[in-house]
Design a protein around this ligand. Structure first.
Ligand code: FAD
Length: 302
């Protein structure tokens, strides 16, 4: 079965033994759509990566060709943005060189507590969090530079800092949180209270739609009860607050049932929440990933 990202036929014929197929008719029937729906679909289809004679970067990977010409020009950082990030980047580099010992971390499987405190002191846990909420207010580009630097020094520390603010509480809140939630949680996580993201379950990894952890509202709708178990939650062992993805009751949209998945902000000291196990990883011996269980947790609407 062909996918829209497949390489063009001439290229497939040239590079593999696959015989060209007849083009499949479009499976999308737009005849019953409203004008608005049809236009939206056409816009989405038109914005797909067009398959020219070289195919897309990703489709070329499947035939062993790594054509960087398809993804350049790489975005350039402006001089102004670079200058805004430089002082922090310099501080971070000095801190890593002087205070973080990757060999010891690898030997012991632990990041020393003073490194948590030291990284918090220079602002490493709130790189993109706006200054009004206690962060450094730097750009995604500067965050990326910090991630490269951290990764070049110690993979465990890189995972700690990045899981905390890219999938942990900070980023989802910046994107989707209410002002009240931002004021409550961002200063905490920017200041070094560790956060984590709990999506994966024993039977739900690449396909999160199959997750089984449920959140049911109590009758007055003011709180939810979360029931289920999560796996491989990076930072969970050290976290004070988690983003927990949960299945919530379906909504009826245009007469049809639509499944819902909702992100909840959960304080780790909430009653009923248990970090049951620290998962150990080869290669990242000091990753603080865990298995977590919520038995009958209540949480305000997120
Ligand atoms: C170091 C580490 C840290 C992690 N941290 C977190 C975290 O902080 N929070 C969290 O929620 N999770 C975390 N995870 C879990 C991670 O997100 C899952 O491992 C990932 O989503 C894949 O799920 P899975 O391991 O169940 O693999 P599966 O989904 O079982 O996939 C197994 C294999 O099958 C392939 N596959 C699956 N479905 C398809 C398909 N439809 N078509 C083709 N191939 C397919 C996959 O590519 C893969 O090769 C972490 C994992 C690791 C290793």
């Amino acid at each position: 079965m062909k996918t829209p990202l497949e390489a063009p036929e001439e290229q497939i014929a040239e590079e593999t033994s696959v015989k060209p197929e007849k083009p499949a008719a479009s499976v999308i029937d737009t005849s019953r759509m409203s004008k608005g729906q049809r236009e939206a679909l056409e816009l989405a289809e038109a914005s797909r990566d067009p398959l020219d004679d070289r195919g897309s970067f990703a489709s070329n990977l499947f035939i062993g060709r790594c054509d960087f010409g398809r993804i350049y020009p790489f975005p350039e950082q402006t001089a102004e943005d670079r200058a805004a990030g430089d002082p922090f980047l310099q501080k971070l580099e000095t801190y890593l060189r002087e205070h973080v010992d990757p060999d010891e971390i690898d030997r012991t499987g632990e990041i020393p507590p003073e490194n948590f405190a030291g990284l918090a002191e220079i602002g490493a846990f709130g790189i993109k969090v706006p200054q009004q909420y206690g962060g450094l207010g730097l750009s995604q580009f500067n965050y990326g530079r910090a991630a490269v630097l951290l990764g070049s020094w110690d993979g465990n520390v890189a995972a700690l800092v990045s899981a905390h603010q890219s999938i942990g509480v900070a980023q989802p809140l910046l994107l989707f949180g209410t002002e009240e939630q931002k004021r409550k949680y961002l200063p905490r996580v920017a200041g070094g209270e560790i956060s984590a993201f709990a999506l994966t379950e024993t039977h739900a990894g690449s396909d999160p739609a199959t997750m089984s952890l449920r959140a049911e509202p109590i009758p007055d709708g003011s709180e939810f009860i979360l029931n289920g178990e999560k796996l491989w939650c990076t930072n969970g062992v050290k976290a004070g607050v988690l983003v927990v993805m949960a299945r919530t009751p379906p909504k009826i949209v245009n007469g049809k049932e639509r499944k819902q998945i909702t992100a909840f902000i959960v304080d780790v000291d909430s009653p009923g929440l248990e970090i049951t196990y620290r998962c150990r990883f080869m290669g990242l011996r000091a990753l603080y990933a865990c298995r977590a269980k919520t038995l009958s947790r209540k949480k305000a609407r997120a």
